[in-house]
Design a protein around this ligand. Structure first.
Ligand SMILES: [Zn+2]
Length: 187
């Protein structure tokens, strides 16, 4: 897996591309949570569920179907207004689905069951620049350094650029509105 920090950061970066009127920023927190949640399936190791099982690590929880179920459930439970509800569901789906896709870009473990439960094949993407993160206490060792470096290069930096562009676009739009409303009206 990629680290939970990178999964959360990518989700926030995706949230910054949405218009604030469609996706209030408070939903970025929910997006980060959804992006991390699929890795709760590491409990499968403690339950002696085999890695390659559909309920094992990187199984159903890392699928597009799982992402859709989680997003629709969250949006249905937590959103009352119709239009933002669609944007929230879309955002939470993307944030969650990216987890499996990013794991499929790592160089270790089994791939992610992106198409489960319809196809239990574990998939890797053709482009796999991310070093796989050690699971459990192994993360707090020297083995984590190349992992963090690869994620900084391929996930943190692009996320920072996306967030900077989103911030610039938001400020530009806010400035344009302020200029328009303060301009003297003429006949
Ligand atoms: Zn994962």
């Amino acid at each position: 897996m990629a680290t939970i920090f990178s999964h959360a950061l990518v989700a926030v970066a995706v949230g910054s591309t949405f218009s604030p009127s469609w996706l209030p920023r408070r939903w970025w927190v929910a997006g980060a949570f959804c992006a991390v949640l699929p890795d709760a399936d590491v409990i499968a190791f403690a339950l002696r569920i085999p890695y390659g099982d559909p309920w094992g690590h990187r199984g159903l929880t890392h699928s597009l179907f799982g992402a859709a179920v989680l997003a629709v459930t969250w949006a249905t439970l937590l959103v009352r207004q119709r239009r933002p509800g669609f944007a929230v569901a879309l955002y939470l789906f993307i944030a969650t689905a990216l987890h499996g896709l990013l794991d499929a870009m790592t160089d270790g473990g089994l791939g992610a069951a992106l198409l489960a439960p319809f196809d239990d094949t574990r998939y890797f993407l053709p482009f796999r620049p991310l070093r796989v993160s050690p699971i459990g206490t192994g993360f707090f060792s020297a083995a984590a350094i190349p992992v963090l470096l690869s994620e900084f290069l391929w996930l943190a930096l692009p996320s920072a650029v996306v967030m900077a562009l989103g911030w610039w676009r938001y400020r530009h739009a806010a400035t344009a509105v302020a200029t328009e409303t303060s301009a003297p009206r003429t006949r």
